[in-house]
Design a protein around this ligand. Structure first.
Ligand SMILES: [Zn+2]
Length: 457
């Protein structure tokens, strides 16, 4: 009853009347466009990318200058391959030339956001109201695939550190959470007491959908399974913001007896791709973000990992055109059986920075380290660091006492992949700090990765 009242009356009133947002209109458009054919949607995305380039050329000083330097013009773009001649925007460009990326004559409310750059230096970017609405709508569409419906109970679990709230902010947040029926939980500490409390909260709240970073949910699920605690099954579990590993998925799905709907995004453009109810890969959010996967200076074919190059199709205040977010991903060879037209990513290999390079140029990416360490019950967390000389340090944080032979065993299994020449050191540490955004970084590498030269191991 509440859900129905919420969907038809309270939420439209809140979004459309009180806050003057077009979010629901955008959502309706996206709900319709997802069923268009792949060819139609690719055409739409391409048309919008050309519009974004044309706008940038006319209104944004940095692009105007760079396009001229490269001898490229929006009006010369005839096919998606012509985009390859346009310069790529890097994190360092944003840091150095942020002011030149703001569109001339743009008036209107701007939202500020930021993220860590490749060397850990933060970058700042801003987006406008229209972009904000489109991003919320895209997230709502993907929430819907996972069984969410506005006004039904949603539990959000994050590991982000929260700054102290003023009483007014706290009251506002509580009111917001009550009206939207969302419960936000910060799972910063993952000790036994906190995990027991979190199980209680979930039992009590009975969420329809859970939205979480994979790591805290994985720890919670492992705890629940070990203690034999039965958790109520939500309709779906949405994971995002960190890479989800296969063994995470298996453990979480078993503990909740529910399916995971994993997502891929970044703070600069938000949602990039998300799983639907068929779980065959991730559908690109290509009505909002134009995605290129580039390898050796050309667009990669299906099954070939390449660099992710993004163009935000809505943002006119500070347009991001052919922005390289430093991730590597792979397009799927075939469409999803659900019938939605958005093409699919088969995998997201993750940040190029997080890949470890062996002495023979072997690239250890993605699943490798969690897979290697998942059966060590005495390791609570780990982090792999590679410095510029390619020396590797593996930090192990024990889980109530570390078996004496564990460090040597870990080193031996790494050598099977990297060989005897690799410099590998294992350190036992008390703590592994999270990133500023509250994420677990499993690998940190200072070695630049060249996808064209190195073979993916
Ligand atoms: Zn699908």
């Amino acid at each position: 009853m509440y859900a129905s009242l919420f969907r038809h009356v309270l939420f439209p009133l809140y979004e459309t009347r009180l806050r003057g947002r077009e979010t629901l209109t955008r959502l309706q458009e996206l709900e319709r466009s997802q069923w268009r054919s792949e060819a139609d949607l690719r055409e739409l995305s391409f048309r919008r990318v050309v519009e974004a380039i044309r706008y940038a050329e006319q209104h944004v000083p940095l692009y105007r200058r760079r396009f001229a330097d490269h001898g490229v013009r929006a009006r010369d773009v005839q096919s998606p391959d012509d985009l390859l001649r346009f310069p790529v925007l890097t994190k360092s460009d944003i840091r150095k030339h942020g002011k030149e990326l703001i569109a001339e004559g743009f008036h209107g409310k701007m939202y500020q956001s930021g993220t860590g750059g490749s060397t850990g230096e933060p970058i700042q970017f801003s987006y406008d109201h229209r972009t904000y609405e489109s991003r919320i709508a895209a997230a709502m569409r993907a929430d819907g695939w996972a069984g969410a419906s506005p006004g039904e109970r949603e539990l959000h679990i994050w590991s982000r550190a929260t700054t102290p709230e003023t009483p007014l902010r706290k009251a506002k947040r509580r009111a917001h959470e009550t009206i939207l029926r969302k419960r936000m939980i910060c799972a910063w500490e993952l000790g036994q007491d906190q995990l027991a409390d979190l199980c209680d909260t979930i039992e009590d709240f009975q969420p329809r959908v859970i939205i979480s970073y994979p790591t805290p949910l994985y720890h919670l699920s492992r705890y629940a399974l070990e203690k034999g605690r039965r958790l109520p099954s939500p309709r779906g579990i949405v994971t995002s913001a960190e890479r989800l590993f296969q063994h995470h998925r298996e453990v979480i799905e078993r503990a909740f007896d529910a399916k995971i709907f994993d997502r891929y995004g970044c703070r600069e453009v938000m949602l990039i791709a998300s799983e639907c109810e068929r779980h065959e890969g991730k559908h690109l959010n290509l009505e909002n973000v134009h995605v290129e996967i580039v390898r050796s200076g050309r667009h990669a074919g299906a099954g070939e990992p390449g660099e992710v190059i993004l163009t935000d199709l809505n943002c006119r205040s500070m347009p991001l055109i052919r922005y390289k977010n430093e991730d590597v991903a792979t397009l799927a060879p075939k469409p999803c059986s659900c019938g939605r037209g958005m093409p699919m990513l088969s995998s997201v290999e993750g940040r190029m920075l997080d890949m470890i390079v062996g002495p023979e140029g072997q690239l250890l990416a993605g699943e490798f380290f969690p897979h290697l360490l998942k059966d060590y019950r005495d390791v609570a967390r780990f982090q792999v660091h590679q410095d510029k000389s390619r020396a590797i340090t593996i930090k192990l944080m024990p889980n109530e006492g570390l078996a004496a032979e564990t460090p040597a065993r870990v080193e031996r299994s790494m050598r099977e992949f990297l060989g005897e020449r690799a410099s590998i050191k294992v350190e036992v540490v008390d703590d592994i700090p999270l990133t500023k955004g509250g994420k677990y970084r499993l690998t940190v590498s200072e070695v630049p990765v060249d996808l064209e030269r190195e073979a993916t191991a």
